[in-house]
Write a protein that binds this ligand. Structure first.
Ligand SMILES: [Zn+2]
Length: 378
């Protein structure tokens, strides 16, 4: 069976999309999804074309376990991933929950920064390496595809991070996920860090035995940039969530990273398996089931993402939408009002509407001051 990861450095690099809306996304304070809701989202993520769906943390609660079981039974496209600590009990729960999955992956993590080791785990670096080795080796007895994450990897001493990666790899992990768990890294630092890991393990990576992933948080608003920098530096997988949901200020917004990769494929030289026109529908579903509203100015999805009020912009968009829109709203399935008539609007939109709506213009007059106008197709 074809693995759901790769590190092939083709001319145009395939980027694998790992969705963690149902695990890290659900860890957002105040968000809770039941198994049926998770299955509904997972089915839509399958239509969206993500490569991996992380359905939950089965050892942490019974509902996550059941959700993963349901997702495993009902999905056939993406790999289904269960998340757990590098402990025997967690690994067994992951393996059990994934029993019926067609493609499966276990994702283990252990904090590796000095701060987390001392303050949280009370472990030495050596003890942590042993836990990683034992955990990954044990997980490998159940599932072929193992991903390992050094939690707080961006604040982990680089030489120690190399040892961690070596240990996880030797124990059988094939996807190494560099995590910027607290959104600490600046984009150029993320690039450098991934590049250094890539260089250190170039033999394993070039021979197809190891691939790199990035997992970025948004505490300083740089999760998307950091993910893209990781990809530029050699990561062939990124992890994100729909609407950027997640712990604190969230994870990298999956749809924004995809939009950058797809829209600027010329720059990144990458492609994904994503059906971009499903993005809006997916986001609406996640928003409805989690209660998280889509901000008006959210890239791609917000009400204002492809709506224009100022006269100069309206004129430009009427002449050619590319003048002020880099992402074609139809390409992400965006729905909304294209123009808003307000004090900044000019004569072109009014002329356009008169021409288009002659005969019904009177009925539209209420919309002319400040309210939005729905227009179908330009
Ligand atoms: Zn995270």
């Amino acid at each position: 069976m074809e693995p759901s990861y790769s590190n092939k450095l083709d001319e145009r690099k395939r980027v694998f999309v790992f969705d963690t809306t149902l695990r890290d996304g659900e860890q957002a304070a105040g968000v809770s999804l039941n198994p049926k809701q998770k299955l509904k989202i997972a089915l839509q993520l399958e239509r969206l074309g993500v490569d991996v769906i992380e359905g939950g943390f089965p050892a942490s609660n019974e509902e996550d376990f059941r959700a993963l079981e349901m997702i495993s039974k009902n999905l056939t496209g993406p790999a289904i991933c269960a998340f757990g600590r590098a402990t025997k009990g967690d690994i067994e729960e992951c393996a059990k929950a994934l029993e019926n999955a067609k493609k499966k992956r276990i994702h283990l993590f252990l904090a590796t920064s000095k701060l987390h080791l001392d303050a949280k785990l009370k472990k030495t670096e050596e003890q942590a390496l042993e836990m990683i080795y034992n955990g990954v080796s044990y997980a490998r007895t159940f599932v072929d595809e193992i991903e390992f994450t050094p939690e707080d990897g961006s604040r982990t001493d680089l030489d120690y991070l190399f040892k961690v990666v070596r240990t996880a790899y030797d124990a059988g992990a094939r996807i190494i996920n560099i995590a910027d768990t607290v959104g600490y890294c600046q984009p150029s630092e993320m690039y450098e860090r991934v590049k250094k890991v890539r260089k250190k393990f170039s033999e394993e990576i070039n021979s197809g035995k190891m691939s790199l992933s990035v997992h970025c948080h948004n505490d300083m608003g740089q999760a998307v940039s950091n993910s893209l920098q990781g990809i530029l530096a050699g990561a062939t997988q990124f992890e994100g969530t729909i609407l950027g949901m997640g712990e604190r200020t969230g994870n990298a917004s999956l749809e924004e990273v995809i939009a950058a990769l797809e829209t600027r494929g010329d720059f990144y030289q990458t492609y994904t398996n994503i059906q971009t026109e499903e993005i809006y529908r997916t986001a609406k579903l996640v928003s409805k089931l989690t209660g998280i509203e889509i901000p008006i100015n959210k890239p791609l999805l917000g009400k204002n993402a492809s709506r224009h009020e100022s006269g100069i912009h309206q004129h430009g968009v009427l002449a050619n939408p590319k003048t002020y829109e880099v992402v074609d709203p139809k390409s992400v399935g965006w729905e909304g009002e294209r123009f808003c008539i307000g004090k900044h609007s000019g004569k072109h939109i009014k002329e356009y509407l008169r021409a288009q709506r002659r005969g019904v213009f009177g009925q539209l007059k209420n919309y002319f001051f400040g309210k939005a106008i729905v227009t179908e197709g330009l």
